[in-house]
Design a protein around this ligand. Structure first.
Ligand code: ATP
Ligand code: MG
Length: 206
C-alpha cells in the first residue's frame, strides 16, 4: 500500500505545541502514516534578531517530535545552498520517499499567501495540500479561486483544527521577558532553550 506522508514546513524557532497538536490532528484525520517536519532556511523577511541558529532549530525540532512515533525530521532545506523553494523540496522528497503520496500541511495564513511563493501552480500540482484552518484564521476562498484553476484547487483539502493561540513569536518574547513557556513547548525543548540560553535579551548565541 502506498504510504501517505505529511510534510510540515516551518521556521520552528522554536517548535511548539501549536505545530505538534496541528500535525497530530491532521495525521489522525487525513489519515497519514507519518509527518515529516522540515525546518526551513530562514527566509530573508524574517527578523533574525534574537533568533536561534539553524543547528539549534534543527535540534529543537528533533527533541520536539521524539515522543511521537509517527513524527520525523528532515534537514533537506538546511543542507541546500541558496534559496530554499518548497516546490524543490517536494520534488526532492518525492524522489527520496519513492512511492509515497505527499501531503503538504499548512495553516490558512500560509495558504492565503501561497500565490506569492515560487512557482505556486507547479507547487500545487506537485502534491496534495492539507490546510489546517482554525477559528480566526479562515481560508480566503475568493482569493484562491481568483489565483488558481479548479484543477489546481482540487489538490487542496481543508481540515478544521483546534484553535491554539501559540506562536514561536510569543514564545521568544516570553523567554526574553523571563516568563514561563512550560506546556507551550515540549519539555525537552523548554530544557534545551534554557540550557543553551536561547532567546534571552543577553543571548550569547546571536
Ligand atoms: P513565528 O511566530 O516565528 O512566525 P510560527 O509560530 O508562525 O512562528 P512557523 O514555523 O512560522 O511558526 O509555522 C510553521 C507552520 O505552522 C505554518 O504553516 C503555520 O501556519 C503553522 N502554525 C504555526 N502556529 C500554529 C498554531 N498555533 N496552530 C496551527 N498551526 C500553526
Ligand atoms: Mg508564522
Amino acid at each position: 500500500m502506498e504510504r501517505r506522508i505529511g510534510i510540515m514546513g516551518g521556521t520552528f524557532d522554536p517548535i511548539h505545541m501549536g505545530h505538534l497538536i496541528t500535525a497530530e490532528m491532521v495525521c489522525s484525520a487525513a489519515p497519514l502514516d507519518a509527518v515529516l517536519f522540515v525546518p526551513a532556511a530562514r527566509p530573508p523577511h524574517k527578523d533574525a534578531a534574537h533568533a536561534a541558529s539553524m543547528q539549534d532549530r534543527l535540534a529543537m525540532t528533533e527533541y520536539g517530535v521524539c515522543e511521537n512515533p509517527h513524527f520525523f525530521v528532515s534537514d533537506i532545506e538546511l543542507r541546500r545552498e541558496g534559496p530554499s523553494y518548497t516546490v524543490d523540496t517536494i520534488t526532492e522528497l518525492q524522489a527520496q520517499l519513492a512511492g509515497a503520496e505527499l501531503f503538504f500541511i499548512t495553516g490558512a495564513d500560509a495558504m492565503n499567501d501561497l500565490y506569492r511563493w515560487h512557482e505556486p501552480e507547479r507547487l500545487l500540482r506537485s502534491c496534495r495540500f492539507i490546510v489546517a484552518t482554525r477559528q480566526g484564521a479562515p481560508l480566503d476562498e475568493l482569493l484562491i479561486a481568483e489565483k488558481f484553476t479548479a484543477e489546481e484547487r482540487s489538490h487542496i483539502q481543508v481540515l478544521p483544527t483546534p484553535h491554539l493561540e501559540i506562536s514561536s513569536t510569543v514564545i521568544r518574547a516570553r523567554v526574553r521577558a523571563g516568563l514561563s513557556i512550560r506546556h507551550l513547548v515540549p519539555r525537552a525543548v523548554e530544557e534545551y532553550i534554557r540550557e543553551r540560553g536561547l532567546y534571552r535579551a543577553d543571548d550569547k548565541n546571536v
